[in-house]
Write a protein that binds this ligand. Structure first.
Ligand SMILES: *Cc1c(COP(=O)(O)O)cnc(C)c1O
Length: 454
């Protein structure tokens, strides 16, 4: 890695300023140097000229006239709740989204968390059951399990893919384990091939937390369609958003009908109140906002993939900053986030906070993303002291549950390595925007000897 990049740098350095046109092809990452900025040798954080200034990223959440028209239509129609009409925005969204994803059924609900909780209930999981999932995720992932009073067991990550490690999942399976909830972090596929094998071997259900992963593709399949059920979030920041919203997709008609019943306060489409269920129905305004985006959402998906591919093709040559590892069979990501690992050993030992500070001064704001893995949050002590958990799980199991809440890879990702570019909006930018990111990362690498002074 190092030698390769050194020779590339040496090559670029010998390229004359006259080669500006060629620089677009050879190394747009170095366009900055070739444009003759004499201060390129000084980090903006120490008074040098910033790579990017006075430019905006594309606005997010996405909205256009079509979205506004759909909202207005819904307002005027007086159909504001899905049960008022079989052809309202929510039933129509469900039909169209199922078609786009390539499944038989979709049930829309009020959030990704609600989608996951509805799935857990519909699959009959509850007190006494254990579900294995990731500590590196949105709190909604485990909230869905806790709301059903089941036990979320957290397994460690693969440090470079940020996804649940299948080997660690398998180690944590016991006689009470009923399901695995793989999370497709950043909208990239988790190792589904392994998870499906493990599930088959141990007779477990698979709930895909695809809340970040709309339209991503893996081994010819769309994420969310591989396990027993798949869940999406349509919260504001996500790539298909309506403020707060969620959806469940699947091919098992009976299970999907159960999902409908659960999210409709336990009441089936025939009006019989049959089971335990909260009221999680998506409202028609949320449906309208989603419907308004569907005609163009795949264009944005394609653009994000194109920009991400370009970023990765350049960033892979910058030492000490590694684009997210992808599993074999990854075809398209949703690029809700674009994530990398930072290796401070290649940056004079400078902590990630200095790296962020230097990049922010260059006009590129990156984030450490999730502060703590969920294994380090107070819910662990909270539930083991609760009567309902003490009734349903033995004292030995609860003790072991707490002791085994150890995920060292997750810790290092959170504490030192994660470098995240929020991507829903920014990856809809131009190639020039992408070059700003690449140039800033390159400049900070080249001037890493200054990082400890930042
Ligand atoms: C956003 C998200 C959720 C929760 O979705 P909400 O719509 O915010 O409830 C769950 N899991 C993951 C991985 C998410 O990113």
């Amino acid at each position: 890695m190092k030698n390769e990049s050194m020779s590339r740098r040496a090559f670029i350095k010998t390229t004359s300023a006259g080669a500006i046109a060629a620089s677009q092809i050879i190394a747009p990452a170095y366009a900055f140097n070739l444009q003759g900025n004499t201060q390129s040798g000084k980090l903006a954080a120490l008074g040098g000229k910033a790579i990017r200034s006075n430019k905006n990223w594309p606005e997010w959440p996405y909205r256009d006239q079509n979205v506004l028209d759909e909202i207005m239509k819904t307002t005027k129609s007086g159909i504001w709740c899905r049960i008022q009409s079989k052809t309202g925005t929510v039933p129509t969204f469900e039909k169209k989204y199922a078609e786009m994803i390539g499944v038989k059924r979709c049930v829309a609900v009020g959030s990704g968390t609600q989608a996951l909780h509805t799935s857990v209930e519909a699959l009959g999981l509850g007190p006494g059951d254990e579900i294995i999932t990731s500590p590196y995720t949105d709190p909604g992932t485990i909230a869905s399990i806790l709301s059903a009073r089941a036990l979320p067991v957290l397994a460690d990550l693969d440090r470079r893919s940020f996804q649940l490690d299948p080997d660690d999942v398998e180690r944590r399976i016991n006689e009470n384990t009923k399901a695995i909830m793989p999370v497709h972090m950043m909208g990239q596929p988790a190792h589904m091939e392994r998870f499906m094998q493990i599930a088959k071997k141990h007779k477990l259900l698979v709930i895909e937390d695809a809340c970040q992963a709309h339209f991503a593709k893996y081994q010819g399949k769309t994420l969310g369609t591989i396990g027993d059920v798949g869940c999406f979030s349509h919260q504001s920041s996500k790539v298909l958003s309506c403020g707060e919203g969620g959806s469940i997709v699947g091919n098992d008609e009976e299970l999907m009908e159960k999902c409908y019943t659960v999210q409709n306060h336990g009441t089936s489409k025939f009006g019989r109140t049959e089971t335990i269920g909260p009221k999680y129905r998506m409202n028609e305004f949320e449906g309208a906002i989603l419907l308004g985006q569907l005609p163009t959402v795949l264009e944005r998906h394609a653009l994000r993939n194109k920009n991400a591919k370009y970023l990765t093709s350049k960033i892979k040559d910058i030492p000490g900053i590694y684009p997210q590892k992808l599993y074999e069979g990854t075809e398209e990501g949703s690029f809700y986030l674009y994530c990398m690992s930072y290796d401070k050993k290649l940056y004079n030992g400078a902590d990630r906070s200095k790296y962020f500070k230097a990049l922010a001064a260059e006009g590129i704001s990156l984030s450490p993303y999730i502060k703590n893995g969920l294994h380090k949050e107070p819910w662990v002590d909270n539930i083991i002291n609760r009567k309902v958990y003490q009734k349903m799980y033995t004292p030995q199991r609860l003790e072991q549950f707490k002791e085994e809440m150890v995920c060292p890879n997750c810790d290092i990702v959170c504490d030192e390595e994660m470098v995240m570019l929020w991507a829903s909006g920014p990856l809809l930018g131009t190639q020039e925007d992408m070059d700003d990111v690449i140039n800033a990362l390159t400049k900070v690498y080249e001037n890493r000897d200054q990082l400890n002074k930042v």
